[in-house]
Design a binder for this molecule. Structure first.
Ligand SMILES: COC(=O)c1ccnc(N)c1
Length: 238
């Protein structure tokens, strides 16, 4: 997968693209992420990327020209990207959308900023995406959240597919089971015996029960939804 990011603050992405699982996925060539400074697509001496809103009002609006120039330049060759715009009022990002986006061969993420982008930029956009009901100083952190959730789903990026399978939200949207590692007892808190038993069938059913219990406690609507769709087995319903 290739992702092109358009932003006025490219420096914000430096650590994100170098460290951890994402950093390895890029350095190994499994995925390609290019961050572009919208300012590099201006043509005036002062490299202006924003202007005051027509009709008055507070703050600044990102101008359309530099963004369109960037889009035209970056889509001259190769597959047309699926274009996202990070906006507080966009469609709510979730695991389902992450799975859908992970199947696209190429994405472009335009990071919103200031009071927003000129409305005409949205003629380039396939999906306006929000990571929650709150406003940030810019769409760069949401772009990183989206890329993290999407890139980890690319085959080969997460070393052990098992951890992906056991991931919260991936098994029918159920929450994940509790995890433990050594030591077996820490400050009087013991690891559940079943996990030390080596009995894989018992461990599997304990984890399933924990996952159902946690989901029922924290997100009962997920259970109700699965019941309605007939996606819970008889044992799971007991
Ligand atoms: C400027 O962008 C935002 O404030 C933003 C973007 C995406 N999701 C949000 N919750 C906020």
């Amino acid at each position: 997968m290739r992702i092109d990011v358009l932003t006025v603050l490219p420096g914000l992405f430096d650590c994100f693209l170098k460290e951890g699982v994402i950093g390895k996925a890029i350095s190994s060539g499994k995925v390609e992420v290019k961050v572009h400074n919208i300012r590099d697509f201006t043509t005036d001496k002062h490299r202006v990327v924003d202007d005051v809103p027509y009709g008055g009002g507070p703050g600044m609006v990102l101008k359309p020209e530099p963004i369109f120039r960037a889009y035209d330049e970056l889509t001259k060759e190769g597959e047309k990207p699926y274009v996202l715009l990070t906006e507080p009022w966009g469609e709510k990002f979730n695991q389902e959308m992450a799975v859908e986006l992970s199947k696209k061969p190429r994405l472009m993420i335009i990071c919103g900023r200031y009071e927003g982008v000129d409305e005409r930029v949205k003629s380039l956009v396939d999906r306006e995406v929000s990571i929650g009901d709150y406003v940030l100083t810019g769409g760069e952190l949401p772009a990183m959240v989206i890329m993290d959730a999407v890139l980890r789903l690319i085959p080969g990026v997460l070393g052990n597919l098992e951890s992906l399978r056991a991931d919260s939200f991936s098994d029918r949207g159920l929450l994940g089971y509790p995890n433990y590692t050594r030591p077996a007892e820490f400050r009087g808190m013991k690891v559940p015996e079943v996990l030390l038993s080596g009995h894989h069938k018992k461990i599997e059913s304990w984890r399933k029960e924990q996952s159902l219990r946690k989901t029922l406690e924290r997100r009962p609507e997920i259970i109700e939804n699965l019941k309605r769709k007939g996606l819970l087995t008889k044992e799971e319903l007991e």
